[in-house]
Design a protein around this ligand. Structure first.
Ligand SMILES: [Zn+2]
Ligand SMILES: [Zn+2]
Length: 313
């Protein structure tokens, strides 16, 4: 069901489960911090600077309470929450890696490339993300116009009011507004009725190119990670091509353990990471206490066979 929204850079983790899956088997104890496999690392989550619902400091507090030892904040196309998160992490004794999640259009799909260990002041990255965000606002206004035409006037303004960051109004914000308005029972229902291809509030959009996104991340000193690879609606051949282009562009890691991956998918992408010489990342993709698949720190554990990307930090 999450495949229905896999083309969206923002909605990724929002509509599949209403309750957070918390399984103690997914928590790493962190008893030996010298072994990167036993660290509870969560290198993918969102604050209200993009489409999460928590402030960066609240995210860090929640991560620490859940036993996370190393975390990255990876807001969509946005760096604004990093300073606050870094400060909170320093105060609370959580190791922090500055991150971002860049929206990419590739072969009719929207891909997400997480950048980890980036310099938030890097000019190429800042300029690239500014360009991506400007396209996003135009898309949001068009979505508002289409929703007005089917009986929901003021949708853009309503969604914008729910966005912590006025420059980053996403489909998820429209969905939350439509739920508040009583148009549907929950966010998932809104997506199915209004916000996927063929429905009245869906506006296709061209994000950045794969080579551009990886280039911005590398120019900022970061490591590019192909996020939640199980979520893309592509066959084996296209997946192989995607990974090849990602590697050729300078991509170095793949998110083997995502909060939205099943255990079979974790094993599958661990095999792919090994075969392709990619390092492996782990992240919950946490957005909200009531909408996300997995709480902070509760993604599946990385298999021992792969090289954790966080050996770098
Ligand atoms: Zn994503
Ligand atoms: Zn994400």
């Amino acid at each position: 069901m999450s495949n229905l929204i896999a083309d969206d850079p923002i909605a990724d983790n929002q509509v599949a489960d209403d309750q957070i899956a918390k399984s103690t088997t997914d928590v790493v104890s962190g008893s030996d911090s010298r072994d990167p496999h036993t660290i509870n690392a969560d290198l993918h989550c969102h604050s209200f600077y993009s489409d999460g619902t928590l402030a960066p400091a609240a995210l860090v507090q929640r991560a620490r309470a859940n036993g996370v030892q190393l975390m990255a904040l990876t807001d969509h196309d946005e760096l604004g929450g990093l300073a606050e998160a870094a400060e909170a992490a320093a105060d609370l004794g959580v190791r922090f890696v500055p991150g971002v999640e860049v929206s990419v259009s590739w072969g009719g799909e929207t891909l997400h490339i997480v950048g980890l260990g980036i310099d938030p002041g890097a000019p190429d990255l800042i300029a690239g993300l500014t360009g991506v965000r400007s396209g996003r606002d135009a898309r949001a206004r068009e979505m508002g116009a289409q929703l007005a035409a089917v009986g929901h006037p003021g949708a853009y303004e309503g969604a914008a009011a729910l966005a912590g960051n006025a420059g980053l109004v996403s489909r998820t914000h429209f969905a939350r507004w439509l739920v508040e308005r009583g148009a549907c029972d929950d966010v998932r229902a809104v997506f199915l009725k209004y916000l996927v291809p063929g429905r009245p509030g869906y506006v296709p959009h061209h994000w950045s190119r794969l080579t551009e996104a990886v280039g911005w991340i590398r120019a900022a000193g970061g490591v590019a990670v192909l996020a939640h690879p199980a979520r893309y609606r592509v066959g084996e051949l296209a997946l192989t091509t995607m990974i090849e282009e990602f590697r050729t562009a300078g991509g170095e890691a793949i998110e083997v353990a995502s909060g939205s991956h099943t255990r079979d998918q974790v094993r599958r992408f661990a095999r792919i990471a090994l075969a392709e010489g990619l390092e492996a990342s782990r992240g919950s993709d946490f957005h909200s206490p009531i909408e996300s698949h997995a709480d902070l720190g509760y993604a599946p554990v990385l298999p021992d066979s792969v090289v954790p990307v966080w050996h770098r930090w």
